[in-house]
Design a protein around this ligand. Sequence first.
Ligand SMILES: [Zn+2]
Length: 331
Amino acid sequence: MNIASLPKVELHLHLDCSLSYEVVQQLNPAITYEDYRASFVAPAKCTDLADYITRAIKGFELMQTKEQLRLVTLDLFKQLQADNVWYAEIRFAPLLHTMGGLTPVEVVQAVADAAEEGVATYGVEANIICATLRHYNEAQSMETVQLVEQFKGTRIVAFDIAADEAGFPIDAHIKAFAYAKEKGIPCTAHAGEARGADSMWETLQHFHPTRIGHGVRCIEDPKLMQYLRDQDIHLEVCPTSNIQVNVFDVIENHPANRIYDAGISMSINTDARTISDTTLAKEYDILQHYFQWTLAQFKRCNLEAIRHSFAAETVKEKIAAQLSVAYDIAM
Ligand SMILES: [Zn+2]
């Protein structure tokens, strides 16, 4: 199986956690490769999610002007093309990029424009998800969801909540997700990573997302697994990232294979290409090596990913058809 050449769909990918050394050097030539490896990339094992996230700060510090946002976005498109990604959803938290004086609207406009340029330049179809963060207050979450609403009709298509699941409750964000529901804004939400099944139930009941970022700790609760299957909730699974933040001790104990076998809709994702020092090809390689995944399994995950994506129906249909043909030829 030539994993590198397989077409791929990626739904869970953070813009500020995926800066190549090439772009970092372009943005700040004083950062050496050693500095980059030490502060932008996380070790194979972090203490927990909060420890892992500290690396993201290094990324968004360098993304505070329109041109910096453009360069980082285009850099990611280049990486996606090299990884043979055909469709991607890239997420970021707009309010983290106002340190240089940009307004949140200018930030989102810069990324929307860069995404348009990235699609045209690299031929990777893509959309953008705006994320609020667990430690944000109600006003910040509302501001973020309203940005998605304001940019309707562009590549800004959905709303997410990220950051420290274990450190902050959901309360401040219920209003923003209710607003998203009212306005018909598609949602995903990080859950079932730093906390367990209870956090996923809470997220499903109060945020009503159609997808969950990670969600791998559903494995702790058979009723929840049944619910995910019945409601067709899609899990954005990111194996390497889960091992790094200690959700599971070693990859052999990662439940990706058990979730797949349970018939729950899932996809394979990198989460953070730089912090996790990975690509989709590497993630597929891990599943093939440790769980003997076949082409049929990768095909199904990619078709499930595009089906649950926030792309327009015409884009979904086109990519699903192309994926089917490409995998059938490879098989
Ligand atoms: Zn994530």
